[in-house]
Design a protein around this ligand. Sequence first.
Ligand code: CA
Ligand code: CA
Length: 363
Amino acid sequence: MATGILKRAAGALTAAVLMTSSLAGGYLRRNAAFAAEEYTTWSQLDPRWSSVSIGMYNIGNSGCLITSLSIMAMHSGSIDDTAMKNLGITDISQFDPGVLANAYTARGGFNQWGGIVSWGTISQIIPSIIWGCDAKFKSSDAEGIAAEIKELQAQGYHVIVNVNGHHWVYIEGVLDGRIFMFDPACDERIVTDYYTLEGQNEYWALKGKNPPPPVDPSGVPVKKLPEEREYFCREGSFTDVYSTSGDSEQVFRLDAGTVVTVCAIDGDMAGISDGYGGISGWIRLDRLDEAGNEPELMTGDINGDGIVDEYDLALLNDHLSGTERLPAGASILRRCEEAAGDLNCDGFTDRDDVAAYLAMICG
Ligand SMILES: [Ca+2]
Ligand SMILES: [Ca+2]
């Protein structure tokens, strides 16, 4: 296999790899000086507040709802002067799930198992937050639930959903049919990538000082395909490779018919495998045609015409020069064709096979 060797393209593609690896790595939790600045990544497991008591438990082991409420308070811009006074803080940068949990505890807001006793407590602490309802979705699938969430948000409600019977997440919103969340327990952003919405899920709807802002999909981890797929660059013109899925910077140009190995899809962009589990660049999906199932080829017969001859040798030579020229994840031959070119059956398709072809054809 041409396992993604960067040669002549090394400069441009190394830059591409550096840029995309930070994207592919995704959505990392930061440790900013002020916790409030990174409220969208608040985790109930954060040591800054995970040991704060709620009933006989603590935020770390059962504080997903109080953490989701804290995220909602920040996301709705509801922490005003009155709220800060009630919370015992003097600056919004001091607000975090531990502060909110302590305010609940001071008002008898938790039962002994850490459950929230009254829906109205949040308004006593943060007056701009108005209780809406504690209800169950009517829909029984993710699509219907997404539609209900959109409707609630259109009415100005922030939504916190119970995803699996005992875990609550703050719903950021719905974009392109996907339900985005800020999850107090993990960095995942798309609800259905991580949880099963079986329908009838319980949710809380609350209004804050501001309605939910639009979903910001930046930083969402790129979804890897379960297995890599081969595509052909579409006939007609060149196919551009970009450094990021935002198709910002064109870093390479592929000829029509070039094979690319796709390992991720992000919207209308395909991520090209670097051969090491990463992404070497991005191509617009509408520039690609799926290569489909691999034909069975006999050893040496790269073009599958039933004969091992100089045409196969020509393809092998093209492929070997392409390996030196093309970026990782792009090649002249498909994997099955490359494997067929291993004429001496040593597990590698290389110059030794050229010699083997010459010996066979000329000898
Ligand atoms: Ca042949
Ligand atoms: Ca070989």
